[in-house]
Design a protein around this ligand. Structure first.
Ligand code: SF4
Ligand code: SF4
Length: 467
């Protein structure tokens, strides 16, 4: 229910009207120092996004998230299902980082780094400005009847939107199935990879609808990260904020007027900060969940302040405590605790990554078997070996007992051929002289030789009669 005119913005989000219908946002084209920096950051990130799937390290894609084959590659390092605990740890660390970053910097990630905003504001929106003109022209064009000019502009815009969506869909797929598999889909005869082609069409359609129709709704109502702001932000979080102490009482600008003497604040009520906002909010109402910290309103307000001869920074990157008490960024207990936790978990992850092995060998006695006495007075056990090769090299594997074990290994095959990035199970027998077994068992070490060189030493237990 509406409390009063000032609080009416709380009744509904800015993109919904009184009848519950969508209000289409026509943001004014931003310009200014922050916008220039955002463009630079965006171009760099876009370059990285499109280039990464085509960069290879030791034959592996720089980044790969192949959920289908459960193969993940980070900076050329392959991670297998056996390494999933590392991934789980990395995800937890990522979450803690996001929480810490949000506590300190609010939703800055959304406005400056998030692919949704970068594509929307720096690619699709700019094409729209280029074809349809600035916000007033766009609105006029949408309200105008379907003339030849309108059909031409709309067709050109949506065709380009579709083509870019197709490019994004290809890149997205390259991160999932790999750039080589994608190349095969693109170049093999039509119909050879029907499921791949269908995925491409589906992803293209989804991206097109997101950027042509859904737009800011992704950030204001769908994205779960946006919903978290309410619990993550506090009065010390740095956010894009309107300095209400300085800005109020807002009043129109009158040339030559002494605003201070007239009891007026610095806000000249020009609405430029509202016009440029891609989520359609008025930042003067305070921090709102819809604000993606894109800083467009800072540029707009700074340019007005410059024009009317007032100090810039009426809207700036500042905390609520910064506005109220003029304090700078505070290392609060909350920030310190999350920082400590993040560093500690990062240290664990780095240690695990550094000590992570390229091979994994498991040797266990075959289930359901016991020892056997052989005719030559030896005791034998049947073992199973599981070998996992995480490298891109093929290995001829031999197994040996440590020198002082006095026994022999009898393999089911002469040599185990272990292919690159593969795992294999084999069986073998270990024979030990009866006299070497004490108290019914013996700890053994099996040496795994790959192409003649020791690659691992694995412990296992041998059982025999209790003498
Ligand atoms: S209020 Fe300002 S920073 Fe927030 S989304 Fe709107 S223009 Fe961007
Ligand atoms: S741009 Fe600045 S001066 Fe203009 S309405 Fe917004 S806060 Fe006030």
């Amino acid at each position: 229910m509406i409390q009063d005119e000032e609080d009416s913005f709380r009744d509904r989000i800015s993109t919904v009207n009184e009848d519950g219908k969508r209000v289409w946002i026509y943001p004014k084209k931003p310009k200014g120092w922050f916008y220039k920096q955002r463009k630079r950051v965006s171009y760099l990130l876009l370059l990285m996004l499109f280039a990464f799937p085509h960069i290879k390290i030791n034959g592996e894609q720089l980044l790969l998230f192949n959920i289908i084959d459960r193969k993940f590659v980070l900076f050329g390092k392959v991670f297998w299902p056996q390494d999933m605990f590392l991934f789980a740890l990395a995800i937890i660390i990522g979450l803690i980082f996001i929480i810490l970053f949000t506590i300190i910097f609010g939703r800055l990630f959304c406005g400056w780094v998030c692919p949704q905003t970068i594509f929307m504001e720096m690619v699709f929106r700019r094409i729209e400005y280029w074809i349809e003109g600035d916000w007033t022209h766009q609105r006029r064009l949408d309200n105008a009847p379907w003339t030849g000019e309108k059909i031409l502009k709309k067709t050109a815009k949506h065709t380009i939107f579709w083509l870019i969506s197709f490019l994004i869909a290809n890149t997205f797929l390259a991160y999932i199935i790999g750039s080589d598999a994608l190349w095969a889909i693109q170049t093999d005869p039509f119909g050879t990879h029907l499921s791949g082609l269908i995925s491409l069409v589906i992803f293209t359609t989804v991206f097109y609808l997101v950027f042509a129709r859904l737009r800011e709704q992704v950030c204001t109502t769908i994205c779960p990260y946006g919903r978290l702001q309410g619990v993550l932000l506090d009065k010390d979080s740095m956010v894009v904020a309107y300095d209400h102490k300085r800005g109020e009482n807002r009043a129109k600008f009158k040339k030559g007027e002494d605003r201070e003497a007239a009891g007026k604040g610095d806000c000249v009520d020009c609405y430029q900060c509202v016009h440029v906002c891609p989520t359609g909010i008025d930042i003067r109402n305070g921090t709102q969940l819809e604000c993606i910290n894109c800083t467009a309103c800072i540029d707009a307000c700074d340019s007005i302040m410059e024009g009317v001869g007032l100090e810039k920074g009426l809207i700036r990157f500042v905390s609520e405590n910064g506005i109220q008490n003029r304090t700078r960024f505070q290392w609060t207990k909350r920030v310190k605790s999350y920082t400590f936790l993040l560093i500690a978990m990062l240290a664990v992850l780095v240690t695990l990554l550094v000590t992570r092995k390229d091979f994994e060998t498991n040797i266990i006695r075959q289930r359901g078997t016991t020892y056997q006495m052989t005719n030559d007075g030896m005791v034998s056990n049947i073992f199973e070996v599981n070998l996992l090769n995480k490298t891109r090299k093929t290995f001829n594997i031999h197994l040996e007992l440590e020198e002082d074990a006095e026994g022999i290994i009898v393999m089911a095959v002469d040599t185990i051929h272990l292919k690159a990035e593969a795992q294999i199970n084999e069986r073998f027998i270990i024979k030990l002289p009866l006299k070497s077994i004490e108290n019914g068992n013996k700890d053994l070490k099996v040496i795994v030789l790959g192409n003649g060189e020791e690659i691992q030493k694995v412990s296992t237990k041998f059982i025999g009669p209790s003498l």
